[in-house]
Ligand binder design. Sequence first.
Ligand SMILES: Nc1ncnc2c1ncn2[C@@H]1O[C@H](COP(=O)(O)OP(=O)(O)OP(=O)(O)O)[C@@H](O)[C@H]1O
Ligand code: SF4
Ligand SMILES: [Mg+2]
Length: 331
Amino acid sequence: MNTHIVLSAINISADYILDSKRGLYLNAIDNVSIDFRSDEVIGIAGESGSGKSTLVKILYGAAFPPLIIRKGKVYLFTKDNSKIDITSITREELRKNIWWKHISYIPQNAMNVLNPVKKVKDQFIEVFKYHDERIDAKETITKIKELFMRLGLPIEALNAYPHQLSGGMRQRVVIALSLLFNPRIVIADEPTTAVDVVTQLGILNLLKDWQRNSKTTLIMVSHDMSVHAYMDDRIVVMYAGNVVEVGSKNDIFENPMHPYTKLLIASLIKKGEKKLKTGIAGEPPNLLNPPPGCRFHPRCPFAMDICRREAPPIVELSDGKVVRCWLYARK
Ligand SMILES: Nc1ncnc2c1ncn2[C@@H]1O[C@H](COP(=O)(O)OP(=O)(O)OP(=O)(O)O)[C@@H](O)[C@H]1O
Ligand code: SF4
Ligand SMILES: [Mg+2]
């Protein structure tokens, strides 16, 4: 498959400022590097609070206070091969030149995107204004109608205010908006949590078809491993603000390397199995004061002395597999 890098996060560390006077910072992202490629569905997995939403906000260029980037860069590679550092350009530039056109974001709570005092149709018009030089109104209206139909949205929803729509409908309006300008990258953060099971499958299929037809990049955030099993080509596994493993879907499900991924996969109930699984023993750490060394060491059955003292290195294995664990480091 002929793919290239479209987005690259390099050594990102980021904190939420809880109380700067008292020096209270929550370290939500710790030294994360990932390359995102064209023509792939790449999943971001991990339990609640592992930093999935925080990471994708940074990838989108939306790291606004109280979230601050301490270290690192995110580069976006555009169609004309320019390299843009989206961590250092203004919100106005992002809005004008990057968002919707190059990269779209369906946030975990769609209400954050829709303006509550504007009708849905006016929100679409607002986005058009930034892209007016390239828009064919007739074509765009046809496309909106088509997207609404595929998403099971009545066309009348265009005349509604967001509060007149259900949570699931608002979510689908944001999905329609995010696909409208054929961006190269779409980030979907738990896009199916607010909708019923039938709509869920409809949304996943729409995103998958869109990605396959346009050969673009879909970054699929979910705590639900069955969504990753259905959607992804590659999976990034997060734990307590770290990327602990990256691999193909097959590698992650069939041959997990990191102890956390192994336990995560072992805790899933397989088809036909009746046994109740117990999940992973222990709790994720408090990120206000993360444990020294490997953040997983208090829960890891393989923890060694070095794990309690030093953060593990990021180890690149064959076939693009990446694992952050002392077990795989050359000592
Ligand atoms: N606005 C905020 N202010 C302070 N801390 C925050 C804020 N948003 C998130 N956090 C903290 O940052 C860490 C990562 O949160 P994040 O929302 O990125 O996790 P997540 O993996 O997306 O979780 P979920 O699966 O529940 O959506 C958590 O410890 C969370 O409590
Ligand atoms: S670095 Fe050590 S504690 Fe961390 S996952 Fe690997 S073996 Fe376990
Ligand atoms: Mg989240």
